[in-house]
Design a protein around this ligand. Structure first.
Ligand SMILES: Cc1cc2nc3c(=O)[nH]c(=O)nc-3n(C[C@H](O)[C@H](O)[C@H](O)COP(=O)(O)OP(=O)(O)OC[C@H]3O[C@@H](n4cnc5c(N)ncnc54)[C@H](O)[C@@H]3O)c2cc1C
Length: 436
């Protein structure tokens, strides 16, 4: 029997699904010892710090992660950061293979004048702020103005726009960070405008996200009826529409025609608008867009512009990897061939490999394919040092699976009394305290 030791870096969906694939592919002759290394004291990646708090069902995938984590041969090393506490070359020395699953956490910049004004922020900051990520708890978000603009036409942009536009009492029973919930309750924002650069037919929303918009109890949602029907015509002129696109456009058309409640919280979605400049004296006051049109299937600038007075701009136009030492990056992703990094015994999965595309489930098939390749390239097992000993010798406090379960129990218990799934701890030292 051969037992191989595998390090997985990053405790998000891609990392857990990589571990699950290893566990599933074990045989009597081939066993795996899996060490998962995570920079935060808490695991689950974007399931904890990305998925919107008003989508608790989606977070139930964490039960799958916990099953993987409590299977024999799995160890969690939370609060350990690749590139700071341990290097890739050290891990490559110790383990038979290393799987990078560190996601992509840096918001892509708009690259326009005024982007650095106060109250112009990225979804890559705003989302982890409302989700209690310890690195973002002190982010300054000023919600005292009336109008917010969100740039982007994907699900992250919709999440951000919805979180700003809904009545925060809809968030009371969720695990939204307590400090964010307090600020959202005081928020003066009543109009949220989302702008996409291309047409409605090119938007990357998925229809469940669209279909839930009219269900917001205290917010009216607007699409321009003419804009959506023009998009439907353009899209159908090229032949039969793919099913997803058809349902998306139908969902938008239905919202555009639906009766409104007449409430003062409004969320309006617009297309064919490229942000050109954010203006203001030290802080966001106005944003200027170039107006686009679709010609011959291509999105082109008309040369006309429009502007809108606003108090907050949040860009949600994609993510790229935070570059880690020892890895080569290409187009914001770790350079790889089918998941393998430069013919080495290191591999990459998830958003670090593919970029920010797909839903949580997409990472399962992706990780599984990469793990099959990893197994096919394994040689004889090494007798590497134990990571635990190395971390102890460096006096690095790490959070084991048991330690994480203690943090988890504390959060869930604090939530129970308030009728919430949990109250997230935002301070790393406090987390470490609970982890013992
Ligand atoms: C705002 C938002 C909302 C989303 N909502 C949904 C949704 O509703 N439904 C859905 O299906 N999908 C959703 N997704 C997509 C889903 O979250 C991703 O597909 C998935 O999380 C990608 O998994 P990953 O493991 O590659 O990355 P991540 O989830 O980002 O996990 C990466 C992990 O690596 C850790 N890490 C990073 N650097 C290091 C380091 N140097 N050392 C150690 N650890 C490190 C991070 O802390 C993190 O825990 C959403 C994404 C975002 C951004």
């Amino acid at each position: 029997m051969r037992t191989h030791s595998i390090a997985i870096i990053g405790a998000g969906p891609a990392g857990y699904f990589a571990a699950q694939a290893l566990q599933t592919l074990q045989t009597e002759q081939l066993k795996f010892k899996i060490d998962m290394i995570e920079r935060l004291p808490t695991p689950w990646g974007l399931v904890r710090s990305g998925v919107a708090p008003d989508h608790p069902k989606i977070k139930s995938v964490s039960k799958v992660f916990e099953k993987i984590a409590t299977t024999e041969g799995f160890r969690l090393f939370g609060n350990v950061e690749l590139g700071k506490d341990i290097s890739l070359s050290e891990l490559e020395e110790i383990y038979d293979a290393v799987v990078i699953a560190t996601g992509s956490s840096v918001g892509r910049k708009l690259g326009i004048p005024g982007e650095d004004l106060a109250n112009s922020i990225s979804a890559a900051q705003f989302v982890p702020w409302y989700n209690a990520h310890p690195d973002f708890k002190d982010l300054e978000v000023d919600l005292s103005g009336r109008v917010a603009v969100v740039i982007g036409a994907g699900n992250v942009a919709i999440d951000v726009a919805r979180m700003l536009a809904l009545d925060p009492k809809e968030l009371d029973p969720t695990d939204t960070a307590q400090y964010a919930l307090e600020q959202l309750h005081k928020s003066a924002i009543r109009q949220v405008h989302l702008f996409g650069r291309r047409g409605a037919e090119h938007a990357a929303f998925t229809s469940p996200e669209l279909r839930e918009l009219p269900k917001l109890e205290f917010t009216d949602v607007f699409f321009d009826e003419g804009e959506i029907s023009a998009a439907q015509q353009r899209a159908s002129s090229t032949g039969e529409l793919p099913r997803d696109l058809k349902t998306n456009l139908e969902a938008m058309a239905a919202i555009s025609k639906a009766d409104k409640k007449g409430v003062d919280r409004r969320l309006s979605l617009h297309f064919l608008s490229t942000p050109l400049e954010i203006r203001g004296q030290g802080r966001v006051e106005e944003i200027v867009f170039g107006i686009n049109e679709v010609k011959g299937g291509k999105v082109v600038a008309t040369g006309k512009t429009k502007s809108i007075k606003c108090d907050l701009v949040i860009s949600a136009i994609s993510y790229q990897c935070l570059e880690l030492p020892g890895l080569v990056y290409e187009s914001g992703k770790v350079k790889n061939t089918d998941g393998r990094i430069d013919q080495s015994n290191s591999y990459v999965v998830g958003w670090a490999k593919r970029g920010p595309t797909g839903v949580i489930g997409t990472n399962k098939s992706d990780s599984s394919e990469v793990i099959k390749l990893l197994i096919s390239n394994l040689k004889s097992p090494k007798k590497g040092l134990d990571l635990r000993k190395i971390l102890n010798s460096r006096k690095i406090t790490f959070v084991s699976q048991k330690g994480w379960e203690q943090i988890n129990n504390a959060e869930v218990a604090a939530g129970e009394v308030l009728g919430k799934p949990r109250v997230k701890i935002t301070d790393k030292q406090e987390m470490l305290g609970f982890a013992g």
